[in-house]
Write a protein that binds this ligand. Structure first.
Ligand code: ZN
Length: 150
């Protein structure tokens, strides 16, 4: 992918739905520009691991591989990151719920989430407990996660 390619169109409402622990169901989604757009397009730094997590979900929806790479710990970031949302068989992301945000210490946090998606006409749930670290540069990054059942 080259920088000359047009960026994916930006949605008005944020794809993450403003997912947060204890968010009431049916809550009105925030504007993309006020939510994950600040981080993906605006260069602002998420203050918490769960803000980073939901911006990474939104980056998957939009196919923003550069953002996914930039927010992935170097030691676990895959060499080939296939995130083209228009590729055949690519998951179509349907929504995000954040179950739990647990700061461990100043530079480590856990985020438990459920992301729903469709692939090949079937609906799936990705339920994961993710680990995040914060570098000396103040940036939170995704490390890895455990898939949870149910
Ligand atoms: Zn968002």
């Amino acid at each position: 992918m080259t920088a000359e390619l047009a960026r994916a169109a930006r949605p008005l409402d944020c794809p993450c739905g403003g997912a947060a622990p204890n968010l009431k169901s049916g809550a009105k989604p925030p504007r993309f520009a006020d939510c994950c757009g600040r981080f993906i397009d605006g260069g602002a730094l998420p203050a918490t691991a769960f803000e980073l997590m939901r911006s990474r979900y939104t980056a998957y929806v939009l196919g923003e591989a550069d953002y996914l790479r930039a927010t992935w710990a170097a030691e676990t970031c895959p060499a080939d990151l296939d995130s083209d949302p228009n590729a055949p068989g690519a998951p179509r992301w349907l929504g995000l719920a954040i179950k739990r945000h647990e700061p461990v210490d100043a530079t480590h946090a856990l985020v438990e989430f459920v992301a729903r998606y469709k692939s090949g006409g079937r609906a799936f749930r990705l339920h994961e407990l993710s680990r995040f670290t914060r570098g000396d540069d103040g940036r939170w990054r995704y490390v890895d996660g455990d898939i949870l059942e149910g």
